[in-house]
Design a protein. Structure first.
Lengths: 177, 157, 219
């Protein structure tokens, strides 16, 4: 059995195993496979050190003075009301229409409904309800491939419709001989 | 002075006329079947790193900035080609991926395209059908690339 | 095709117990938080104040791990609660208050990072030399040499985290520092567990490269 050490899905397997993200039979199989691959064991050890280093990150706390002043400052900000009335789109994601398997969109109006905050802070879109102009672009249907979810959105003020793909979640044993 | 219209000669001529009419009726289909749809793709690298907006993106840049919050947009490639109806045009994408576009209909200046983005394994990341008016673009994005993502702008006509 | 089965409960508890954190669970939510949210939604300011006091330390820690700057972290955490208060009417309760707050903190932290970048400061500015070292456990309390090594490793790690894209940074912090499960992280940041897994992988791989030399030294 041969593992590619640093790239692709095999690398992901190593990283996931090292981080303790595998369990049960998959973990047992990983351990059995590692027994015959010294290079892989080296990779796993490296990822384990990364995980340990991360988990050893010191936790920070508010000082007593900061803790005492915290709520009054929050109150001041609430009273000042200096923030937008709406939060960014991400908290509204639970309202979005998201079918992992298929998005069948019959019309431009339907196609324009979905706005999704996909990567943290990367999207400036807002959740739209109702129809928006097609602007000469209509997404008739979208079908994700494999397990990769796909989302459709259009930011307000932009003429662009966006079909966004999430990379496929790797299969653990796809390439192990 | 009246001009008399000569009646059509007999059956043979009517048949010939019918044949011509049928041929003319079929002509748009034949022409459409052979018409190649111009396709233009811009492969863009978007990331949160220094770099700003690539000036080669032209008017697309403003739309990207309205849609996303990346700090860098770089045009990696801008392949162009064409494909007749129901035939595919393919181009490679970074990360051993590929893009396949198949025009399936043309009507009133609007193109229907089947678009498929494929991973290196051959598995489709997405299959989508879109209708684009000539000159309009749609974006397909999300596959990771270096420190950011790929955004692919597809324009027809 | 096999899927990952994530033993998130056990691993999360392991991480949190190691860190001395009381485990946070999305289900069942402490009754207190739900009741406090309801009262706050009905206008009881003191109920919200109780929620703030209960969650402020954790929000601050999360903000700090993201932005690695104490003043900015304080600003982010306080602003997060202010926004949460403003948006209370839209909070439906299908996630816990803590998870909901996580999302707000992470998003504001990323905005804060972006503002710093636009201002010409790169995240690396914070990491010249050793970053501010908060009080925390030392991994090697007895041996000064090992203590210094640990400190240097943490500095390298901090630098590496600072260079990660915000999405990967958030996923790593929520997983390895806060001990959230993949599903909890997905709810907190608004993406799929599959995307969380991708971000964790790319983040871990980059940190592994950053620590490569250090890892070689330590072997």
């Amino acid at each position: 059995m041969h593992w590619l050490h640093t790239t692709g899905r095999r690398g992901r397997r190593l990283a996931a195993y090292a981080a303790g993200d595998l369990s049960g039979p998959e973990r047992a199989r990983a351990e059995s496979a590692l027994a015959g691959c010294p290079g892989c064991r080296h990779e796993v050890e490296a990822y384990r050190l990364v995980a340990r280093a991360l988990r050893a990150t010191p936790r920070v706390s508010l000082t007593a003075a900061e803790a005492q002043a915290f709520w009054p400052e929050v109150e001041r900000r609430i009273a000042a009301g200096e923030r937008p009335r709406r939060l960014p789109a991400r908290p509204a994601l639970r309202e979005m229409l998201w079918d992992h398997r298929r998005l069948g969109l019959a019309s431009a109006a339907a196609a324009a409904v979905l706005v999704v905050g996909l990567t943290l802070g990367q999207m400036s879109g807002w959740l739209h309800r109702g129809s928006v102009p097609s602007n000469g672009v209509e997404v008739v249907s979208v079908e994700p491939g494999g397990d990769a979810p796909v989302m459709l959105f259009q930011a307000p003020g932009s003429s662009l419709k966006v079909i966004w793909i999430f990379e496929e979640r790797p299969s653990v044993w796809e390439v192990i001989r | 002075m009246t001009r008399s219209v000569r009646p059509l000669p007999g059956v043979l001529s009517r048949t010939s006329l019918l044949t011509v009419l049928l041929a003319v009726a079929a002509l748009p289909a034949v022409v459409s079947g052979q018409a190649a749809v111009p396709l233009k793709v811009q492969v863009i690298y978007a990331a949160n790193e220094p770099g700003g907006v690539d000036s080669r993106l032209g008017t697309l840049a403003a739309e990207l900035e309205k849609t996303f919050r990346y700090s860098k947009y770089e045009l990696l490639d801008s392949p162009q080609g064409s494909a007749p109806l129901n035939q595919s045009w393919r181009t490679s994408l970074p990360g051993d991926r590929s893009l396949e576009i198949t025009p399936t209909a043309i009507q009133d200046g609007e193109y229907t395209l089947s678009v498929r983005v494929q991973a290196s394994s051959g598995q489709a990341l997405v299959n989508t059908r879109i209708k684009l008016k000539a000159g309009r673009s749609v974006l397909v994005g999300g596959p990771t690339h270096q420190k950011g993502v790929l955004i692919i702008a597809i324009t027809a006509g | 095709m096999c899927k990952y089965r994530i033993d998130h409960d056990l691993e999360r508890l392991r991480i949190q117990r190691r860190r001395g954190i009381e485990p946070a669970r999305d289900h069942p939510e402490p009754e207190d938080d739900r009741a406090l949210v309801r009262r706050a939604q009905q206008g009881e300011r003191e109920a919200f104040a109780t929620l703030v006091r209960r969650h402020q330390d954790r929000a601050f820690n999360l903000a700090y791990q993201m932005v690695r700057h104490r003043e900015d972290a304080l600003d982010v955490a306080q602003e997060a609660f202010a926004r949460a208060y403003t948006s209370l009417p839209s909070f439906k309760g299908d996630a816990t208050f803590g998870t909901w707050l996580h999302r707000i903190v992470v998003n504001l932290a990323i905005d804060s990072l972006r503002r710093r970048r636009r201002g010409g400061e790169t995240p690396y500015d914070d990491w010249r030399g050793l970053p501010e070292e908060p009080d925390g456990e030392l991994t090697a309390p007895d041996d000064p040499g090992m203590a210094l090594e640990a400190k240097q490793t943490r500095a390298l790690l901090a630098r590496g985290i600072a260079e990660l894209p915000p999405a990967q940074r958030a996923a790593l912090i929520l997983r390895e520092v806060e001990g959230l499960s993949y599903e909890e992280i997905a709810r907190a940041v608004g993406c799929s567990p599959g995307t969380v897994m991708s971000r964790l992988f790319y983040g871990r791989r980059r940190l592994r490269q950053v620590l490569k030399a250090r890892l070689a030294d330590l072997r």
